[in-house]
Write a protein that binds this ligand. Sequence first.
Ligand code: TYD
Ligand code: MG
Length: 454
Amino acid sequence: MKDKTVFICQSCGARAPKWMGRCSTCGEWNTLVEEIEEDIPAGAGGITYAPTEPVLYKDIQDIPRQRIAIGIEDVNKVLGGGLVAGSLVLVGGEPGIGKSTLLLQVARDMAAEGASVLYVSGEESLEQIKLRGDRLGVRDGRLFLLAETNLERILAQAERLAPKILVVDSIQTVFSAKMTSGPGTISQVREAANQIFRFAKTRQIPTFLVGHITKDGSLAGPKSLEHIVDVVLLFEGERDHSHRVLRAMKNRFGPVSELAVFEMTASGLQPILNPSAFFLRERPRDEAGSAVVCTVKGTRPLLAEIQALVSSTLFTGNPRRMTIGLDHYRAAMLLALVEKKAGYSFAGEDIYLNVAGGMSIEEPAVDLGVVMAVVSSLKNMPLPQDMAFFGEVGLSGEIRSVSQPLVRIKEAQALGFGTILLPAGNLAALDRKELPDIECWGVKTVREALQRVF
Ligand code: TYD
Ligand code: MG
């Protein structure tokens, strides 16, 4: 066997014959690491495959997918209706966001129902996991813990125990003794994921892998895992806020539209059954600059509060424009548009925009709400307390239709809103008989919207 050294980008997996400061494939700086290239291609593992034949489409038989229901109902939904037998699920998230907590809760619930679970941790000692488990209320049951980072030993134990579910926390700590590169390098992470994938498939044991991701949202190292695994779930949230959102980014067995919202409490993650009420629970009454928007995340409607603060610039120079939870450029565009089309002036005004509760919204459907919140703050006039908004704003000041209007309207109605301001185009296309009991005002332009409300 002749080994040669190569330099592998730890971000995208590209290889280069010599070290470079910047990866020529993905453009990241300082990501190339020297690794020994082994003769056995990673993932082949010496297995020989039986020759395959082309099969006529109509002769292919359906295999009913066996799905295992997980104790936490919302996680089942995100998985597309339960955990598919033999599937490999990557749970990505920033360190400290609650991945280990979530999976220990899943393990707890499975064990409580009589299934055997193997939870492998390369990050914490058994005592540390037990400490967390006690807080989460883990009781008797066949929940096995293994503190191990050696891939071969992990697989041997999993083979011996044949659990109903396997959890490996985290993939970055696992290393194969057969490879010379250090733990956490992309070659190791990929090899470990490949072997665990094969184990999950051959033994039909669904497996969760934990993967740490960096602040910018890329799965550091595990980026290259995304196409190996069957399902990628992202666990997100702000550390300073208690809510966490779990959503699917890739799912070979179902849609990627569902999401689950949790609250991190002293006794673990609690599902939030009514996220809209949760995000609006501290909304001030009759305050200028606050607008409720109907947004949709996946298929799920969510009401959120947009807050704007327009205040005179104290110092001469450029007034400040700050956004938290909204797209900065889009917000700047909306402000310019309000000045031009509605005749307000923001010269000499600092403008701050925020989505309450630490949420972030990318949807253009919140444009109308942003405009309303800004004008409300500028005029120092509160918006009607029971009014909600949705609609995209175009560059000529027109209000454009958005997707799923009925879902948005129904959510606003369910939370007690009496009036909703929406794109006229959306309203015209809706069947009046389907509309819930809520007043709908269709508007065509920003100017018309402002006139109707103020
Ligand atoms: P953890 O699951 O260890 O995060 P990850 O595995 O993603 O790195 O969770 C870390 C945080 O969660 C930690 O700061 C403490 C907090 N936490 C609670 O608030 N309540 C709890 O019951 C538990 C177990 C953790
Ligand atoms: Mg952890």
